[in-house]
Design a protein around this ligand. Structure first.
Ligand SMILES: *[C@@H]1O[C@H](CO)[C@@H](O)[C@H](O)[C@H]1NC(C)=O
Ligand SMILES: *[C@@H]1O[C@H](CO)[C@@H](O)[C@H](O)[C@H]1NC(C)=O
Ligand SMILES: *[C@@H]1O[C@H](CO)[C@@H](O)[C@H](O)[C@H]1NC(C)=O
Ligand SMILES: *[C@@H]1O[C@H](CO)[C@@H](O)[C@H](O)[C@H]1NC(C)=O
Ligand SMILES: *[C@@H]1O[C@H](CO)[C@@H](O)[C@H](O)[C@H]1NC(C)=O
Ligand SMILES: *[C@@H]1O[C@H](CO)[C@@H](O)[C@H](O)[C@H]1NC(C)=O
Ligand SMILES: *[C@@H]1O[C@H](CO)[C@@H](O)[C@H](O)[C@H]1NC(C)=O
Length: 628
């Protein structure tokens, strides 16, 4: 804590002794910006989600953000990580929200708490607990009694926890804004009148929580007063709040993107990120949040989907491992400094915009004290421009903004990157056992048998919905059946192969015949449904067909996303004496999960429950194999 910060705290408490009878800040807003203790504020904010790193990383991540010129940390609250079953709450380890908020407070920074509690966030089921889907009659994010009841209960729980820990700004804590719902405006119209009614209810419910800090609803173009609508996009300079009484705030500026299995590493050049931020402040913005500033990791089974990777690096200014990504982090730090030099006149001055030629525009902010700041932008993405402004000549690279805190000298241009660059290379390492006695690394291997282990959970003619059956307690669902093959089948003599044809709603499956692996079928990021068609080896007599269906992260958003199912819908065998066997209405035996999960063979005592085989070279391309 530096001296200035101590003084700031003292002056805050002096001012508000009168108002609140204790420490605490008064957070309000007008059409220009948030107002904290009577001062308009220009704020640079950074999304860092507490469960996407470990608590030991939090202080350094937040310090690195602060050094990058960040004033505010923004996080979602992850409902399904906190309410494990109705009324059963968890706030330990990576989910220690109070501890995270205190780390932000100790760094002398503000916090924006996006309670949601629906969050999307590329997080499993959009953050809503799976158990809520199975409370009869529940329809997520609609004017629906069970949903509203549980959502209000959780929101109130979080607000009360924050109040109890004195974490709202009015209590001397770091929280200056909280968010209810999330990007509902994208979908409101799908839900028609019900959607409008629900959004209005959510806003009123939030306000009734009496947090004494403002509420926001992002991408909600008709948020009722006093709730503030905010923008989420790649560019928000054109965004205008529906009411002139509300400030122009950007809750999600995307400096990169998330990754899906099979997809490329996303990349957004820092020149474009900086351009978008500078344009936003040029056009009257007062708060910019990077989503994500540190993306981190989707630990365990928290990644949403289908097919979102465990890495949530996001090409963010701080990389997955907590290191500043250069030049992105460094260039944005310089940008923040330049914008802050203009803060007072931007928030208290008057502005005019003038055209300086095709695609070039200057916004000039002046006040009665004679202060003047100008942002000059060139929105031509191909051609540099030379312009004259106030009798001086300026060169503007294509797609760039120059910042002139005194209306004369350019202190920063978004396209001119002077920050050093670092390249983090991932180098394959030959793993060495730490025990010096042994030269080579030893692996323990356990291979599961394909098909039902133990007793079947149930037998049913036809198929079930995968998610409705596992209730997301596991990704895996076994289906087995058997068929008889006549010894006279042509293919047995010719040595040709019939094919297995499976239709699935998603997300992935592995097929086995007579305990032998036959192939894998999978959907992808945009299409979770798929068809699997592979030649298979059948023999005369009885044949066992075993299908292991998998989910790879549950849907995170979209109208009625809670009802999008998964799993096998049809199984046929084609190429048998020119006929097709349809197994879809066969008796199928089902088993939820795989054996190793059931026995917890990956941890503690569970490790002793199976016989492991030691090897120095782990087997490659083996299905159903655990390696330790
Ligand atoms: C908080 O600040 C606003 C705007 O400056 C003012 O209107 C309001 O009365 C203040 N509230 C309190 C409790 O001091
Ligand atoms: C909020 O304040 C209003 C008016 O004082 C009161 O009626 C209401 O019960 C309060 N709500 C909560 C959750 O404290
Ligand atoms: C430029 O200024 C005019 C007059 O103040 C205003 O109507 C217009 O919206 C501004 N244009 C932009 C792009 O901000
Ligand atoms: C620009 O130059 C003209 C003519 O020399 C002068 O009248 C004017 O005041 C100058 N403007 C500024 C902003 O310096
Ligand atoms: C995803 O699957 C669909 C349908 O099977 C296919 O048309 C598309 O090419 C696939 N996309 C990728 C990126 O693999
Ligand atoms: C899953 O179960 C729910 C309720 O138990 C039902 O409403 C829904 O239609 C089922 N979904 C699928 C895809 O079968
Ligand atoms: C299967 O169909 C092919 C081509 O239509 C035909 O040549 C062959 O004789 C048929 N085989 C049987 C066993 O019917």
């Amino acid at each position: 804590m530096n001296l200035c910060f101590i003084l700031c705290l003292v002056s805050t408490s002096l001012t508000f002794t009168l108002v609140y009878g204790g420490v605490g800040s008064n957070v309000s807003y007008d059409g220009r910006s948030l107002i904290i203790d009577g001062q308009r504020k220009l704020l640079i904010s950074a999304s860092i989600h507490y469960p996407r790193s470990v608590p030991a990383m939090w202080p350094a991540l937040i310090q690195t953000a602060k050094e990058g010129g960040i004033d505010v940390i923004e996080t979602y609250v992850f409902w399904n990580g906190h309410e494990l079953s109705p009324g059963n709450y968890y706030f330990g380890g990576r989910f220690d929200l109070v501890q995270f908020a205190k780390v932000v407070q100790d760094a002398g920074m503000y916090l924006i708490l996006r309670i949601g509690p629906f969050v999307a966030a590329e997080w499993n089921f959009g953050g809503v607990p799976v158990w809520l889907h199975y409370i009869p009659g529940t329809v997520f994010r609609t004017y629906n009694q069970p949903f509203m009841h549980h959502m209000e209960k959780f929101t109130t729980y979080i607000v009360n926890l924050m109040k109890k820990e004195k974490l709202f700004a009015s209590q001397g804590g770091p929280i200056i804004l909280s968010q209810i719902e999330n990007e509902y405006g994208y979908y409101e119209n799908y839900y028609k009148e019900d959607g409008k009614k629900y959004a209005l209810w959510a806003a009123k419910m939030a306000v009734s929580q009496n947090t004494s800090v403002p509420w926001i609803m992002c991408q909600q173009w008709d948020a009722p007063d006093p709730v503030i609508d905010t923008c989420n996009s790649f560019y928000c300079d054109q965004f205008t709040p529906t009411s002139p009484k509300r400030p122009k705030m950007w809750t999600e500026n995307w400096p990169g993107w998330f990754k899906t299995f099979g997809g490329r590493d996303p990349h957004r050049p820092v020149e474009d990120v900086a351009f978008s931020v500078a344009r936003f402040f040029q056009k009257g913005g007062s708060l910019n949040n990077y989503y994500m500033y540190h993306g981190g990791t989707n630990f365990g089974r928290t990644a949403g989907g289908p097919f979102i990777t465990t890495s949530y690096d996001y090409d963010a200014p701080i990389d997955e491992y907590g290191l500043p990504r250069l030049p992105k982090w460094g260039h944005l730090k310089e940008l923040h400094k330049a914008i802050k030099l203009c803060e007072h006149v931007l928030l208290y001055g008057k502005s005019v915009n003038i055209s300086l030629g095709p695609s070039v525009e200057a916004d000039i902010y002046t006040d009665s004290s004679g202060a003047c700041a100008a942002f000059i932008s060139n929105v031509d993405d191909k051609n540099d421009k030379k312009v004259v402004f106030r009798n001086a000549s300026y060169h503007l690279p294509a797609w760039s903004v120059s910042i002139l805190p005194d209306c004369k000298n350019v202190v920063f241009n978004t396209a001119k990157v002077s920050s050093p660059t670092n390249i983090v290379a991932m180098i394959p390492e030959h793993l060495q056992q730490s025990d010096k006695g042994q030269k080579t690394l030893k692996w323990d291997v356990f291979k599961e048998n394909p098909g039902i282990w133990g007793k079947a959970d149930f037998v049913k003619n036809g198929f079930v919905d995968h998610i409705n059956t596992t209730k997301d307690t596991t990704d895996y669902l076994w289906h087995t059946t058997s068929i008889l093959i006549d010894a006279n089948e042509e293919f047995l003599k010719k040595g040709s192969k019939p094919a297995l044809l499976i239709e699935s709603k998603g997300h992935t499956l592995h097929a086995f015949v007579n305990q032998k692996y036959q192939g894998t079928g999978t959907g992808n990021g945009s299409h979770s449904a798929f068809t699997f068609k592979n030649p298979i080896s059948l023999r005369a007599g009885k044949n066992e067909i075993a299908i292991l269906s998998l989910t790879v992260g549950l849907q995170t958003a979209g109208p009625f996303y809670d009802f999008i199912g998964a799993g096998v819908t049809s199984v046929k065998i084609i190429g048998l004496n020119n006929r097709t066997i349809d197994l879809s209405s066969n008796a199928w035996a089902y088993k939820i999960g795989v054996l190793g999960e059931h026995l917890s063979i990956y941890q503690g005592e569970g490790m002793n429950s199976v016989k492991w085989t030691s090897t120095s070279e782990p087997p490659k391309g083996q299905a159903l194999t655990w390696l330790l």
